[in-house]
Design a protein around this ligand. Structure first.
Ligand SMILES: Nc1ncnc2c1ncn2[C@@H]1O[C@H](COP(=O)(O)OP(=O)(O)OP(=O)(O)O)[C@@H](O)[C@H]1O
Ligand SMILES: [Mg+2]
Length: 242
C-alpha cells in the first residue's frame, strides 16, 4: 500500500504531468476470472476521481465492462467496445494528442493479434494474479513466455506488472511470490495489493464502482486500494519516461 508520504511525493510530480501523458494501461492475463474487468472498471473510476479524462476500451469477449455499464442509472459515456485492430490503433493514436487522458484496456484472455497489439501499444501491462501458489506457478511461466514471443515481433521492450488480486484479508507474507516473479525475466510485482472483498462483486450488481458504493462493507479500504494502484501506476509511468 502506498503511504501518505509517497502520495505527497507523487502530488508534487503530478504538477508536471502533461509531458508524461497520455497513459495507456492494458490489463491482460491468459487465465480467465482473475479480475481484469473488475479492476479495469474500478481503476477507470479511480483515475477519473483523480481528475483524469479516462477512456475504457472493452476487448473482453464477454464485454463485461460494456454490460456493467448498461446496469447503471447513468451510464458512463467513455466505454467503447473494440473488436478490430484498426479501431484499436486509431484510438491509441488519437489519444496521443490528448495529454490529460488515461486509456484503460480490458483485454481478451486469449492471446489474439488484437490482445498482443494491446500489449505492445500500451505503456503499462497490468497482470492481475491471485496469490495461490498453484495459480502463480501456471500463470507466471506461461505469461512470461507469451511476453518473450511478443517481444520478438517488435523493437519495444515488453514487460508486465503483476497486481495481486483477491488476496485473503489476513494474508501478510508475500516473499515467496516476490521471489517467483523476480525469477521471471519480464514480470515485476507491484507494491499495492487488492484484497478479496465482497464489495468488488456487490457494487457491480448495479454497475457501480467501489467509489460509488459507500454503504457497502469495505468501501473505504477498497477505495484506498484502488487509488493506491492508480498512484503506483502513475509513478511507474513517470519514472519510465524519465
Ligand atoms: N478483489 C476482489 N475481491 C472479490 N471479488 C473479486 C475481486 N476481483 C474480482 N472479483 C470477482 O471475481 C470474479 C471474476 O472477476 P472478473 O470478471 O473481473 O475477471 P476477468 O479476469 O475479467 O474474467 P474473464 O477472463 O472471464 O474476462 C467476479 O465475480 C468479480 O466480482
Ligand atoms: Mg473480463
Amino acid at each position: 500500500m502506498i503511504e501518505l508520504s509517497d502520495k505527497n511525493k507523487l502530488d508534487s510530480r503530478l504538477e508536471n504531468l502533461s509531458s508524461n501523458f497520455p497513459l495507456i494501461i492494458n490489463l491482460s492475463n491468459q487465465k480467465g476470472g482473475v479480475g481484469k474487468s473488475t479492476l479495469a472498471y474500478n481503476i477507470a473510476d479511480g483515475f477519473r476521481t483523480l481528475g483524469f479524462k479516462v477512456q475504457l476500451l472493452d476487448m473482453d469477449i464477454q464485454n463485461s465492462c460494456t454490460s456493467l455499464n448498461t446496469l447503471r442509472e447513468n451510464p458512463f459515456i467513455n466505454i467503447e467496445t473494440i473488436d478490430t485492430k484498426t479501431t484499436l490503433i486509431e484510438i491509441m493514436n488519437s489519444s496521443i494528442e490528448d495529454s490529460s487522458e488515461v486509456l484503460i484496456i480490458d483485454s481478451d484472455r486469449c492471446s489474439s493479434t488484437l490482445s498482443n497489439l494491446a500489449i505492445i501499444g500500451s505503456d503499462i501491462n497490468l497482470t492481475p494474479i491471485n496469490d495461490r501458489v498453484t495459480e502463480l506457478l501456471s500463470v507466471v511461466d506461461r505469461y512470461n513466455q507469451l511476453l518473450d514471443e511478443i517481444e520478438m515481433s517488435t523493437t519495444k521492450d515488453i514487460s508486465s506488472y503483476v497486481i495481486l488480486n483477491r488476496v485473503h484479508l489476513f494474508a501478510k507474507h508475500f516473499e515467496h511470490i516476490e521471489e517467483m516473479i523476480m525469477d521471471s525475466s519480464k514480470m515485476k510485482i507491484l507494491r499495492t495489493i487488492i484484497r478479496d472483498r465482497s464489495i468488488y462483486n456487490e457494487s457491480l450488481i448495479d454497475g457501480r464502482t467501489v467509489f460509488e458504493a459507500s454503504e457497502l462493507n469495505g468501501h473505504r479500504d477498497a477505495v484506498s486500494e484502488i487509488l493506491s494502484l492508480c498512484y503506483e501506476l502513475i509513478d511507474i509511468h513517470i519514472k519510465k519516461r524519465g
